[in-house]
Design a protein around this ligand. Structure first.
Ligand code: UDX
Length: 439
């Protein structure tokens, strides 16, 4: 049954605190399910733009859902957390939990938001921690709230950037962690229209599910990157080997594509946090430490492949880079593997000329200090380059004219870290092709 807002038997009033890609997706989707949603953010300018239906991030379908919610009067944006939290049956905390210098997740914003809403919550209100928080954080939120007549429930998100709306409305499962069973069941009713399995457990188990999932997916990607290197060593073709693996339903095709390493705003933060959580509980999660180390080694490996493709010495060379975002389908540069590789290439004295379809501004914080020259087109950035490296799997790269790229390069080699290009097409364009475990 496809759910429409009008047949929601018992709509709720929801406040969403923190309107980033999780908060905004949650707000827009809960409004789509028929609830009245007040989305709160501290950034007045951002609130103003969102109130006009302009999404601050690139997420497929998000703008339409926002405008549907605004026009129906169910979704509104405000900087007033007091008014929003005093009207709410549920308050979703979707504020950032950045990685601290010591690897632990920083709960400062969660605790600040909790203290801010505490005096205004209705008796019986349910505070929902959707931000990724270390195991055992529910107690800290309870303490920050200082209330005995409200409930705190863990409800981790499993949204992939670039697919956030789809993943929110079509979850594999909903996870709810609550000491108070009634509060957990009340929250479960909010998700019932989605028709997905709902797991109600305790907060520690709920928080652990989130970290365990991301750590496992990161391990799966690091494993397939290692398999691609093995394929190179033994003369196997990684595309066929991975295809042969993926038909095994216990392995599956997702998160089984080689790349420059994994990144983004979640994997690096969550893997470090889980290692730290284990340490804090006297468990040395050596396997996960090796997954993180293997990922750093992948950045080194890719930079080495570029050095070799460019003729062996990057000092004074020019390298062209296609793709800066941490993966295709998003404009997010946070902890992008592309930037980690470019940093290594720049450190060997190369000039890096880059093109990305999202055209990030040169003033973007994540590019500052990297010394990357941004180009408006994929061919201009190849001008004078002794190697081209493909770092993000933007589908449009497959359609680019490799002969035209090669014609302006001083050495004609392409390092395809995403195995996106056809080796025969690259070679026909006059390029030496270096893939990830491709024969
Ligand atoms: C991830 C989880 O998938 C999501 O469930 C969680 O809620 C947040 O973290 P996201 O960070 O958006 O989502 O990225 P994801 O699509 O998982 O990719 C993470 C990194 O792994 C990216 O750098 C991506 O390029 C890389 N990756 C992913 C690969 O290199 N190969 C793959 O096959 C898949």
């Amino acid at each position: 049954m496809t759910f429409t807002a009008t047949n929601n038997p018992s709509p709720s009033t929801v406040a969403v605190i923190g309107v980033g890609y999780v908060g905004l997706t949650t707000a827009a989707c809960l409004a789509h399910l028929g609830n009245r949603v007040l989305a709160v953010d501290v950034d007045a300018a951002k609130v103003e733009r969102m109130a006009q239906g302009i999404p601050p991030i690139l997420e497929a379908g998000l703008g339409d859902l926002m405008r549907e919610g605004i026009h129906s009067g169910r979704l509104s944006f405000t900087t007033d957390s007091e008014a929003a939290s005093s009207a709410a049956d549920f308050v979703f905390l979707c504020v950032p939990t950045p990685q601290g210098a010591d690897g632990a997740a920083d709960l400062r914003f969660v605790e600040q938001a909790s203290a801010q809403i505490a005096p205004h919550l209705k008796p019986g209100a349910v505070v929902v921690t959707k931000s990724t928080v270390p195991v055992g954080s529910a107690g800290k939120v309870v303490a920050a709230l200082g209330r005995s007549d409200t409930a705190v429930v863990s409800n981790p998100e499993f949204l992939r950037e670039g697919n956030a709306v789809h993943d929110w409305l079509h979850p594999d499962r909903v996870v709810i962690g609550s000491e108070d069973r009634t509060a957990g069941e009340r929250l479960a009713r909010l998700y019932e229209p989605l028709g997905a399995p709902i797991i109600i457990t305790d907060p520690a188990s709920s928080e652990t599910i989130k970290y365990a999932c991301n750590a496992f997916l990161a391990a799966k990607v690091s494993f397939v990157n290692a398999i691609a290197k093995l394929c190179s060593a033994v003369g196997a073709d990684s595309v066929d080997v991975i295809r042969g693996m993926s038909y095994d339903r216990r392995i599956g095709a997702d998160h089984l594509a080689p790349g420059p390493g994994w990144g983004g705003s979640c994997f690096p933060k969550d893997t470090s946090a889980l290692i730290r959580i284990a340490e804090d509980h006297d468990y040395d999660f050596a396997l996960l430490r090796e997954v993180v180390a293997a990922n750093q080694a992948q950045f080194d490996f890719v930079a080495e492949q570029v050095r070799r493709a460019a003729g062996g010495d990057l000092e004074g060379a020019t390298v062209a880079a296609w793709g800066l975002t941490f993966k295709a389908g998003t404009d997010d540069l946070r902890d992008s593997p592309a930037l980690s590789v470019i940093q290594r290439i720049r450190a060997q004295g190369a000039t890096v000329q880059a093109f990305d379809p999202t055209r990030p501004a040169g003033s973007n914080g994540h590019l500052a200090g990297l010394g990357v020259q941004l180009f408006e087109d994929p061919y201009g950035c190849c001008d004078g380059a002794s190697a081209l490296v493909v770092l993000t799997e933007w589908p449009e790269f497959r359609g680019y004219d490799l002969s035209r790229a090669a014609s302006v390069m001083t050495r004609r080699a392409v390092v395809d870290t995403r195995n996106m290009l056809q080796p025969a097409v690259a070679r026909a364009a006059g390029l030496t092709y270096v893939g990830m475990g491709r024969t």
